[in-house]
Design a protein around this ligand. Sequence first.
Ligand code: PLP
Length: 393
Amino acid sequence: MLPLLNLKRQYENIKEEANLAAIEVLENCSYIMGDNVKLFEKEFSEYLGVKHSVSVGNGTDALIIALKALNIGEGDEVITTPYTFFATAEAISFVGATPVFVDVRLDTFNIDESKIEEKITSKTKAILPVHIFGQCADMDAINDIAKKHNLYVIEDACQAAGAEYKGKKAGSLADISCFSFFPTKNLACAGDGGMICTNNDEINTICRALKVHGSGEMGQRAYNFLNDIKEKIEDETDRDNTIYNPKKYYNYLIGHNSRLDEVQASILRIKLRHLDEYITNRRKTAEFYKQNLKVTDLKMPYEDKIGKHSYHLFIVQSDDRENIVAELAKPGIATGIYYPVPLHLQKCYSNLGYKVGDMPNAEYLSKRTFAIPMFPEINNKEKNFVVNTIKSL
Ligand SMILES: *Cc1c(COP(=O)(O)O)cnc(C)c1O
């Protein structure tokens, strides 16, 4: 049996360190926003080359809080891709705004930057590109369009931890970016986790306020910023909040309860140190697959030369997908179909009025694409098993 991803192997490689770190958290009993969370935020910021990283409960919350921090809601439109995990559009809808879909490029599967401008209206507030499967969207083009029309850009980098664009890390390329540390992602914890990154001090403050009920020092700072109030506020950072926090039950904004917990942060700190090596291994496997499968009828994923693809998933295409997937299952090779229904055709979005044919590229891909096993620890025997089985079909 060969799964799409073998989490056990990744755990085995860091087992001693991870077990110690998790036990230390249990022993310390500082479970919420303790040292591991603070240090992981700092280390993640350094890794990406951004000023602020705000940890949250998961990637979906990261998107929701990011949208709220930019004051996007009822009556607003956000331009995004239909060929992504549902949470991207769900977050836009959740804050009360409307997702406006723009078809994708057939080569990178990312939002087609040349089709964005025609969808901009007076209601458009932001562009939300997704670095799908771990390859960055064309962020220079997208940022240029946003600048011209005075829009925000939010990166959905949930699949792209460790990917690069023109020498810069995914997640450092826009006004604000969102990550997920769900167990299947490139940088993954042992449960749910997420992060919001930005270079903007005010956005950072508002996100920090929103993730904890809009309360405390950050709540007050966010409130004063949003209402243009100048007031000296006491810095809480070095106070032991378990003993005395005068502003804890003062709420300044309607927020969320969305935190990364200490155990997850302690594991993420360890894995972050291995992230570049994980990506290097993924890229080696991608190269091997491409070299060895180019003689087959499968279409290999395209890699632009602008960035560094992180191969969150290795996505191939075939006219005969259902058959190949069934044949690979026989000897126990797992596959995954990403994504069978483009978001503009999902039942829950029937009210938006899209119909079959509106996004021809996303619809075409949704019938052809599937993932084959890809994870940093996949060994030569397994890679050959995949290649030889596909060749034998
Ligand atoms: C995983 C993912 C999310 C959501 O992250 P969760 O942590 O599962 O909430 C959002 N967008 C994309 C593109 C994703 O792959």
